[in-house]
Design a protein around this ligand. Structure first.
Ligand code: LLP
Length: 387
């Protein structure tokens, strides 16, 4: 655990420790994003012939340079709020709105209305929306988001299917939705399911495709099946990198079994998580009741994933990569919450001291995107590394 597995030894940031320490001098907490890593991940997905439409879930990281890169790599964009739609259209002025998918949750009426006006694709997941706002949906092309009755993912808080989850039209209501859409002269052109985030089961997307395809055959007007995002990344020392090749061949097979549909995916984390790191600076090292803690200048305000999902992020002291004498430390932030802990009992250089630059790895997804100003702490800075 101390210095990670072999893949981690080869991480992009390792050979750049000196440069990162210099950049940290401009202020911490600071996110850095390595664009070549994003490009490499994008190309891994682009090589899948079976996938016809790729939407990047920009809630993971909406940095303009990342959006520009992914546009060039042929991605469209999946947005969950009208603000995300406006952000991507403003950042990429020549982007065809047909490459944008708006997948809101419990959005107010006007977000749907404006999204249709902007010409982007719009997902609906309730009969109630059609009934309450017929004028908004009349004559439109609709993407229908389904709850297939199950969820999956790295933590219960990121599972987006099943009765507990607020997302998606349950299968029992599909007939009612189809009837209501027909009444409004609206056409269901796509079926959509995103059942969770950080999904380990490689068969997941195939199964979702099969479920959507058999429903689509009954509905008859569907052109696209969107099987969501949720591709995992190897955060923990034990985890293996996601087998993209196996994922791809699974999709090839299932698409051949149910031909005639365009296949869409909408990954977020996979594209950006490992390309980002959070740089923080050691403020104090304190021993209390036999436990040693390293304090750093950004905490759950800068990166909430450990506090919110007990998520693991590798932690490295960039200032002491050569020190092999390790000791166990809890790594904590400056926030007034007991959950403000990045990691417990992490093996870090025993010489760790005030002023050291610490790197929190794999923080490119849902890092800055979820950062906040709790305790009136400033938001982290962001910086792009292009080589
Ligand atoms: N599509 C939809 C409709 C989604 O709701 C999401 C993520 C994605 C795609 C992209 O999922 P991804 O490929 O990134 O797993 N904050 C949590 C993750 C929340 C995901 C929300 N929805 C975390 O830090 O783990």
């Amino acid at each position: 655990i101390a210095h990670g597995k072999p893949e981690r030894e080869a991480a992009w940031w390792r050979s750049r420790a000196g440069d990162l320490i210099a950049r940290a001098a401009a202020g911490t907490p600071r996110y850095v994003y390595h664009l070549p890593t994003v490009r490499e991940r994008a190309r891994m997905l682009r090589e899948t012939a079976a996938i016809d439409r790729r939407f990047y879930a920009l809630k993971a990281n909406a940095h303009p340079d990342i959006l520009r890169l992914l546009e060039v790599e042929g991605f469209g964009f999946e947005c969950v709020s009208l603000a995300e739609v406006e952000h991507v259209l403003a950042t990429l002025p020549v982007l065809d709105p047909a490459r944008v998918l708006f997948t809101p949750s419990f959005a107010p009426r006007d977000e749907y209305r404006v999204a249709f006006d902007r010409g982007v694709n719009v997902t609906v997941d309730s009969v109630e929306a059609l009934q309450r706002w017929p004028e908004v949906f009349q004559g439109r092309a609709l993407w229908l988001r389904l709850d297939l009755g199950r969820g999956d993912g790295h933590h219960e808080k990121v599972r987006t299917g099943g009765a507990e989850a607020k997302f998606g039209l349950p299968l029992a209501k599909v007939d009612a939705f189809v009837a209501e859409a027909r009444r409004l002269d609206a056409k269901i052109v796509a079926l959509h399911a995103h059942l969770g985030s950080g999904i380990d089961n490689p068969a997941h997307w195939r199964e979702v495709y099969a479920d959507l395809a058999s429903l689509a055959e009954q509905i008859g007007t569907v052109d696209t099946l969107d099987i969501g995002g949720g591709l995992p990344v190897p955060y923990t020392p034990e985890s293996r990198p996601f087998d993209v090749a196996a994922w791809r061949s699974g999709l090839d097979e299932i698409k051949a079994a149910y031909p005639g549909f365009r296949l869409a995916v909408e990954p977020g984390r996979y594209l950006v998580a490992e390309a980002g790191a959070l740089l923080v600076r050691v403020t104090q090292v304190i021993e209390k009741d036999g436990l040693r803690r390293i304090g750093v200048d950004g905490g759950m305000n800068a990166l909430v994933r450990p506090a919110m999902y007990d998520a693991w992020h590798d932690i490295h002291n960039l200032s002491r990569l050569d020190d092999d004498t390790v000791a166990a430390f809890d790594v904590v932030g400056p926030i007034c919450e007991s959950s403000d802990v990045f990691g417990r009992a992490r093996m870090l250089p025993a010489s760790t001291a005030e002023g050291d630059v610490v790197l929190i790895a794999d923080a490119g997804a849902y890092g800055m995107a979820m950062a906040n100003t709790y305790n009136l702490r400033a938001l982290p800075a962001e910086e792009i590394l292009d080589v």
